[in-house]
Design a protein around this ligand. Structure first.
Ligand SMILES: [Fe+2]
Ligand SMILES: [Fe+2]
Length: 163
């Protein structure tokens, strides 16, 4: 069985997760677009379902990046600063998610105003997350490539895995 370098496996996982997160981005945008056309209970149900899906995908992905992928990237870049900005963006994304979760559409004030605030938060999350994914792909995918294999003890060459 071929041995795939760790960095190459991480690159593949990252790439797949980001394709899924692109669908999340589209849902954030479409929810913001229709928000003004829905009543409070309908909109609250839609936002909660969206947040449940976002939480399930995004929080795990960010945790994996912080625990596995970013340390590997820092190691390959030979600096602990390679992923610093990306980590700060994760904090910002978590804060926005928490804020969306705790804001109550039915709280005091007009529905129109609550919808307007919600749309602002959804568009803000869409912008930050979209930009974060782009930056991550620029910063990480270039580094997460196969490192030159260490010479084998038996003198034979490793066969490159097929892509
Ligand atoms: Fe990330
Ligand atoms: Fe990511």
């Amino acid at each position: 069985m071929p041995q795939y370098p760790v960095a190459l496996v991480e690159r593949h996982i990252l790439d797949r997760a980001h394709r899924t997160l692109e669908r999340v981005l589209a849902r954030l945008e479409s929810t913001a677009e229709v928000a003004g056309t829905l009543g409070a209970p309908e909109l609250a149900a839609m936002v909660h379902a969206l947040l449940d899906d976002v939480d399930a995908i995004l929080r795990d992905h960010m945790a994996w990046e912080e625990q596995v992928c970013y340390p590997e990237t820092d190691r390959l870049a030979a600096t602990p600063w390679a992923t610093q900005l990306l980590r700060l963006q994760h904090d910002q994304i978590r804060r926005l998610l928490d804020q969306l979760r705790t804001d109550d559409l039915g709280r005091a004030g007009s529905h129109q105003r609550a919808v307007s605030e919600l749309r602002g938060q959804l568009y803000a999350l869409h912008a930050i997350l979209g930009s974060h994914l782009e930056q991550e792909e620029r910063a990480l995918l270039g580094l997460l490539v196969a490192e030159p294999a260490a010479p084998r003890a038996d003198g034979l060459e490793e066969v490159e895995p097929r892509r």
